[in-house]
Design a protein around this ligand. Structure first.
Ligand SMILES: C[S@@+](CC[C@H](N)C(=O)[O-])C[C@H]1O[C@@H](n2cnc3c(N)ncnc32)[C@H](O)[C@@H]1O
Length: 285
């Protein structure tokens, strides 16, 4: 038995194991964002970038999903209460089912606000099978070790230990819950601003609770193409439409990996390979 088999103290560098989360790509994304004093992230999801990026003067993140916004806000300013709630919760099916029932009892459309709701949400995301957070599905209690998620019980304890550091990282971050069009409207185009946009996919690999239509992709591209001085990095799986939305004379294409499957397509679906891309606007170095 070696100590490295049990990485109980490995810090968790995201708020939730988000479907399509960019935890592993984060170092490359941060490198491409370059030096900046203002950071803007319209689709923050599981918040995988901030914990791997040095803080800067002004950081503003956003997501249309109110559940994750409530969690991030609770982590930022109610970490003490959140840790007191989650601390005694052992990794077990009953805790998972109780949290699931609490969330299911909230009327559709009701405000998702409060530390107790955030705690239940975190239990469901971290005790649940990998890659369901942010999607239309709840998933099931995670029992097995996975290649990317490790042992779920260890991961849960590591997450709880990481809460103070995650909270500290979010301390001065502005967190909003808006549609990306409102969030980016009137955004200043200045050097020193870095924008990281990780929208839902063009090809339906994952169905998010808050998803995109073809028009949403076009609207986003129209907004992002307006930035000439701010550095913009966009994440996508490669698709033919990207050549029109993000033309080669304005955007550098950087292939960063291949992805084989997603949690949403795990059951019964054939595994497909897709190229993960980062698009970076030219002339903003
Ligand atoms: C690919 S995920 C982002 C994952 C995140 N980068 C991470 O690493 O965890 C896309 C996100 O876009 C959000 N979203 C979908 N439609 C939106 C909209 N119209 N405005 C803002 N956010 C939206 C979803 O809720 C989802 O969290």
């Amino acid at each position: 038995m070696t100590a490295t088999r049990y990485k109980i103290d490995a810090p968790i560098l995201c708020a939730a194991p988000w479907a399509g989360g960019k935890r592993r790509l984060a170092p490359r994304i941060v490198e491409l964002l370059g030096e900046h004093d203002t950071y803007v992230e319209p689709f923050v999801g599981g918040c995988a970038i901030l914990p791997q990026k040095a803080p800067c003067e002004r950081e503003i993140v956003n997501d249309a999903n109110p559940a994750v916004v409530n969690v991030l806000r609770a982590m930022r300013h109610n970490e003490y209460q959140l840790s007191r709630m989650l601390g005694p919760m052992a990794f077990d099916r009953q805790t998972f089912e109780n949290a699931k029932s609490l969330l299911a009892s909230i009327a559709p459309g009701a405000d998702l606000i409060g530390t107790d709701i955030a705690a239940a949400q975190l239990v469901v995301w971290w005790m649940g099978a990998n890659g369901y957070a942010g999607t239309t599905k709840t998933g099931w209690f995670a029992q097995r070790r996975t290649k990317t998620g490790g042992d779920p019980a260890v991961r849960w304890e590591s997450f709880k230990r990481s809460l103070p550091a995650l909270s500290e990282r979010l301390r001065n971050v502005v967190i909003s819950c808006r549609d990306f069009r409102d969030f980016l409207a009137g955004g200043m185009d200045l050097s020193g601003i870095a924008i990281y946009a990780d929208p839902p996919y063009l090809t339906k690999r994952i169905t998010y609770a808050h998803d995109f239509t073809t028009k949403d992709h076009a609207d986003l591209a129209a907004i992002l193409n307006r930035f000439r001085r701010a550095r913009v990095v966009v994440s996508y799986y490669d698709a033919p439409e990207l050549a029109t939305l993000y033309p080669a004379d304005r955007w550098e294409r950087i292939e960063v990996g291949m992805s084989k499957s997603s949690a949403n397509s795990r059951r019964g679906a054939t595994k497909t390979e897709a190229v993960e891309l980062l698009l970076v606007n030219r002339g903003t170095a």
